[in-house]
Design a protein around this ligand. Structure first.
Ligand SMILES: [Zn+2]
Length: 120
């Protein structure tokens, strides 16, 4: 019983409880990050920004928007959002990477532009 009494005394004399900390800092720590569930579907995303050539499978060709492209050198994957240009070497693994490159911004700003940055 002694140990229990000591613990109570400690708490009463200024040991901050989790509840008090929560009130002070606005609840449990919230973490912000990329909400992949809020990202646009790659197929629609690219269809709105590029002139995709019809094709079978997930990879489609388009004129590259990162260099002066005479032939459709850019390949985009409409399932994963990955892209790769065989003319200028631009590449990335998803629509966030594409947005970073188009707007010359970092990861967080690209995610924000896509409306996919938020509380995890
Ligand atoms: Zn290119």
């Amino acid at each position: 019983m002694t140990a229990r009494r000591d613990w109570r005394r400690h708490k009463a004399h200024g040991g901050a409880t989790m509840a008090a900390l929560s009130r002070l800092y606005g609840g449990p720590r919230r973490r912000e990050g990329l909400r992949r569930d809020l990202l646009p579907a790659p197929e629609q995303f690219y269809a709105e920004r590029l002139k995709l050539l019809p094709g079978r499978g997930p990879w489609r060709s388009a004129s590259c928007c990162f260099h002066a492209d005479k032939t459709p050198s850019l390949r985009v994957n409409v399932e994963t959002g990955a892209f790769r240009c065989f003319g200028c070497g631009a590449k990335g693994r998803d629509v966030v990477a594409f947005t970073e490159k188009v707007h010359d911004v970092g990861f967080v700003d690209a995610a924000r532009l896509l409306g996919a940055w938020g509380t995890l």
